[in-house]
Design a protein around this ligand. Structure first.
Ligand code: NAD
Length: 338
């Protein structure tokens, strides 16, 4: 057994009602004037957070948008500077947390994340910015949130369809972390328990969307899977989803959901059985074809060429015909070819 493990600093407050501890968390971090960031659809949560922070809140910017457009990042950076903010509290999914990271990247302000989906961005030092339709990403330790408050109660409003696709998005991090070149025993433990938690919780959420215990189990799984994403280098699955999202603007978590069983089959993964995952997705009512997400069949060759010419680690060599066949099955919604 040979490995290198570099632990990321991780401060996590977890539990139903833990949003109440956010003001205490802000003072623990010695922050005095934070800018609260959220998306327009989650403004009510942003307002509640801002009110709970009282004097320690410098302002609220409810403008987070998918893939962090450069102009939104520029506005958030300007507002943070004008208000003299000494940190940001990002409340929401990957889009809101991504906006906090964009401010941190430029001004070095610490980010406190309050995740409301299972995307996992709060556990990674990876930032993304989109300009003229091109998304750039990079790693910088200063964008890693200094503290993460996971409150499952905030995820109760997440529509079941998003909970399912976001949960499978999280499973994808764990799946690729297990075969990553920089995998290590502790990260693999997190990956396995993250997958277990999500596979247990998602059917329970579909059956009883108000089941707070199931929502907590899923969020716990998402934390672990996000930590795996932050600790390892992703392979074909993430590269393919990045290309599909960035080039064709397909929705993030749904794209991950459709593609994952096919990549697992391509990579001959047995730890998470591809066909069983695909069947589970069917039972959970998740999308299973790229066609239903709006992809045109004509785009298959373009994406296959783009992905096969990129450099990234993967357990099996990535070829144009291989990716093309994988995408054809994912596009049509047929079972993964094992
Ligand atoms: P998102 O943040 O765009 O949220 C999707 C929608 O759901 C939004 O309209 C949001 O307002 C709404 N929503 C979120 N939580 C809700 C809740 N609890 N109740 C009701 N509505 C809710 O989507 P996402 O899937 O969380 O994140 C995707 C983005 O994050 C992508 O841009 C992706 O590239 C990025 N991401 C980055 C990293 C990283 O490490 N940098 C990791 C994962 C994802």
């Amino acid at each position: 057994m040979n490995f290198t493990y570099s632990a990321l600093p991780m401060r996590v407050v977890f539990g139903a009602g833990s949003l109440d501890s956010l003001p205490g968390e802000i003072s623990f971090l010695k922050l005095e004037k934070v800018l609260v960031l959220c998306g327009p659809r989650q403004e009510a949560v942003g307002v509640a957070v801002a009110e709970a922070l009282g004097d320690r809140c410098a302002g609220l910017l409810p403008e987070a948008t998918m893939h962090v457009p450069a102009e939104v990042a520029a506005k958030a950076r300007r507002v943070a500077a004008e208000l003299g903010a000494d940190g940001c509290v990002a409340v929401g999914g990957g889009s809101a947390i991504g906006l906090g990271k964009a401010v941190a990247l430029e001004h070095g302000l610490p980010v406190v994340a309050v995740p409301t989906t299972y995307a996992g961005s709060e556990m990674t030092p990876v930032w993304g910015l989109t300009e003229n339709g091109v998304k750039r990403t990079g790693r910088d330790p200063k964008v890693l949130p200094v503290s993460v408050v996971y409150d499952p109660a905030l995820t109760l409003t997440m529509p079941v369809s998003l909970a399912v696709t976001s949960g499978i998005n999280a499973i994808a991090h764990a799946a690729e972390g297990l075969y990553a070149p920089d995998a290590s025993p502790i990260v693999s433990l997190m990956a396995r328990d993250g997958v277990r938690a999500l596979i247990t919780a998602l059917p329970a959420i579909v059956e009883h969307p108000d089941d707070l215990d199931a929502r907590a189990e899923a969020l716990y799984g998402a934390w672990l899977c996000g930590a795996v994403l932050g600790a390892t280098t992703m392979g074909l699955h993430h590269k393919l989803c990045h290309a599909l999202g960035g080039t064709l603007n397909l929705p993030h978590s749904s794209t991950h959901t459709v593609v994952l069983p096919h990549v697992l089959a391509y990579n001959r993964v047995t730890e998470i059985a591809p066909v069983e995952l695909w069947e589970l997705e069917g039972r959970l009512g998740a999308p299973r074809s790229l066609r239903e997400l709006g992809m045109a069949a004509d785009d298959i060759d373009r994406i296959a060429g783009q992905v096969a010419s990129a450099t990234f680690p993967n357990p099996r060599p990535v070829t144009v015909p291989g990716v093309r066949d994988l995408l054809r099955a994912a596009w049509a919604g047929t079972p993964p070819a094992v």
